[in-house]
Design a protein around this ligand. Structure first.
Ligand SMILES: Cc1ncc(COP(=O)(O)O)c(C=O)c1O
Ligand SMILES: [Zn+2]
Length: 487
């Protein structure tokens, strides 16, 4: 029997979750495996404005639509849930517009496709041709970062689930919960307020006072989480968040391992990039990685757009982390090292904790060798071994994470496996950015007149790292994302 469009499958153990999908987490999570609920492929009849359909009238209609949650609605989970529950397309669009208007009331503006710009000044810093660097600018987005995409997708799913009686009145009263003291919490507070839901936010004792103040003014209920002596390794805020979810709160977070559907709304960013880069395709995409939901969502959005024929080739994915905390890159190296050894290859990636130009060259050489020598089956085998034994590749960073790019200091990359998969599938490799390069990228971004944070420019730091190690082909076009505003 084929699974319904509204089913989610665990990418770790393969378990199928059918609606009601609360709390969007694999039932088997908590053992040694890596469990993330995900949608697996674009719905067969889904339509994107550019390509993917022969219905030109529909293409034209969609092309004028600036709200990504309407523009790409047929690819989104909540639309599938709405249709399965008997809502018409018109009713669904009205619901999106209503929630979007509520967001605009809280934050001053709602969701629109964000700018995608050619920035010759920055291209020059990378030694690229004038049209060699493209920039997706999320700094003017709802709540000042890309995070609201993840949460608006979740809010739509909750609204549709309530409307179609997939969930009941009691579910509608359950509070939402998130562990964050930065962009994700701010975005969650804006969207939860718009959706008129209670929001519990678990923050560390050192959370920024202005952020705490804004969260409080948005009506979020804050709990400060110092590390308790009995706490296991990992973020104490995340432990308290999990306890709240166990007690009945719904995860309203930007981590696929807690809430697989958070990836769904984030995929709109990948769809936009696909459409916007169609005319001048990019060979590489640099994405800053903290918990990994951003890179996972963008990579999957691009993969779906490529399946639908919107782009011919997926750009090589280069996840970027700072030298003060790079658990994803350690994981990628471990998986690649095993794979290279299994296939008898000559080029092992760098040692787990290595950084600097020679490590970057070793990682690039391993990735290039694997992209021509590892079959899809060999990749699948390596990924499923890692999924069965999460701790073989991913565990919390062991020293105190530090970087000016504070938004990517998650001590664990929750969505790491999806990011490793996309990196291997596209022939990219991850990049450790030295702190000096993180600062240089921030300086460049600011000098180019963007009100962007150091986290927001960390992807550019990855591109600079490759350029400085002579690993960037000067004739290529590459893309980066400025993901968050300076606060
Ligand atoms: C501005 C900004 N960019 C990128 C990221 C990284 O996203 P993720 O944690 O999903 O990897 C964050 C996360 O906090 C962020 O705030
Ligand atoms: Zn599972």
């Amino acid at each position: 029997m084929t699974a319904p469009e509204t089913a989610l499958r665990c990418t770790g153990c393969g378990a199928l979750a059918t609606p009601p999908p609360l709390p969007f987490r694999c039932a088997a999570a908590g053992d040694r495996g890596d469990h993330v609920l995900a949608r697996s492929a674009p719905p067969p009849d889904a339509v994107m404005p550019t390509g993917g359909t022969r219905d030109e009238t529909l293409n034209e209609k969609l092309a004028d639509e600036p709200n990504p949650f309407i523009r790409y609605r047929q690819l989104g989970y909540p639309w599938q849930l709405a249709r399965a529950g008997g809502m018409t397309d018109e009713q669904y669009r009205a619901l999106v517009r209503e929630l979007d208007a509520a967001v605009a009331e809280v934050d001053g503006h709602g969701f629109v496709v964000t700018p995608y710009l050619n920035v010759p000044a920055l291209a020059q810093s990378l030694g690229l041709a004038a049209d060699g660097l493209w920039l997706k600018d999320e700094t003017t987005h709802v709540a000042g970062s890309h995070k609201a995409r993840h949460l608006f997708g979740l809010a739509l799913t909750l609204a549709v689930a309530a409307r179609t009686k997939v969930t009941d009145d009691e579910d509608a009263q359950r509070p939402l919960a998130i562990a964050s003291c930065g962009n994700a919490a701010l975005a969650a507070a804006v969207v939860a307020r718009a959706a008129r839901r209670r929001l519990l936010v678990f923050v560390p004792p050192w959370a920024d006072a202005p952020v705490v103040d804004r969260l409080t003014r948005l009506g979020a209920e804050l709990t400060v989480c110092p590390r308790q002596p009995a706490d296991p390794a990992g973020d104490p805020c995340h432990h308290r968040f999990r306890a709240a979810v166990a007690a009945g709160a719904l995860p309203f977070s930007c981590q696929g391992s807690d809430n697989g559907l958070t990836i769904d709304g984030g995929m709109t960013l990948g769809f936009e990039l696909a459409e916007q880069s169609r005319a001048a395709p990019v060979a590489r995409l640099f994405v800053q990685v903290g918990g990994g939901a951003l890179a996972s969502a963008v990579a999957q959005g691009l993969a779906w757009a490529s399946e639908l024929g919107v782009i011919v080739r997926r750009p090589a994915l280069h996840p970027v982390q700072a030298e003060g905390c790079f658990p994803l890159i350690r994981a990628w190296r471990r998986i690649c090292r095993a794979l290279v050894a299994e296939l008898g290859g000559p080029a092992a990636p760098a040692e787990d904790l290595a950084s600097g130009p020679s490590a970057a060259r070793a990682d690039a050489a391993a990735a290039r060798w694997l992209s021509t020598h590892a079959s899809a089956q060999a990749l699948e085998g390596a990924l499923s071994r890692a999924a069965a034994e999460r701790a073989s590749a991913m565990w919390p960073w062991e020293t105190e994470p530090h970087s000016a790019a504070s938004g990517i200091l998650d001590d664990e990359t929750y969505d790491y496996l999806a990011v490793v998969r996309a990196t291997l599938e596209t022939g990219g490799w991850p990049v450790v950015a030295a702190e000096a390069t993180v600062l240089e990228a921030h300086r460049l971004g600011t000098r180019a007149s963007f009100a962007v944070s150091a986290t927001g420019t960390a992807g550019l730091a990855g591109a600079l790292t490759l350029a400085q190690a002579d690993l960037l082909d000067r004739s290529e076009r590459v893309a980066v994302m400025f993901t968050g505003v300076a606060r």
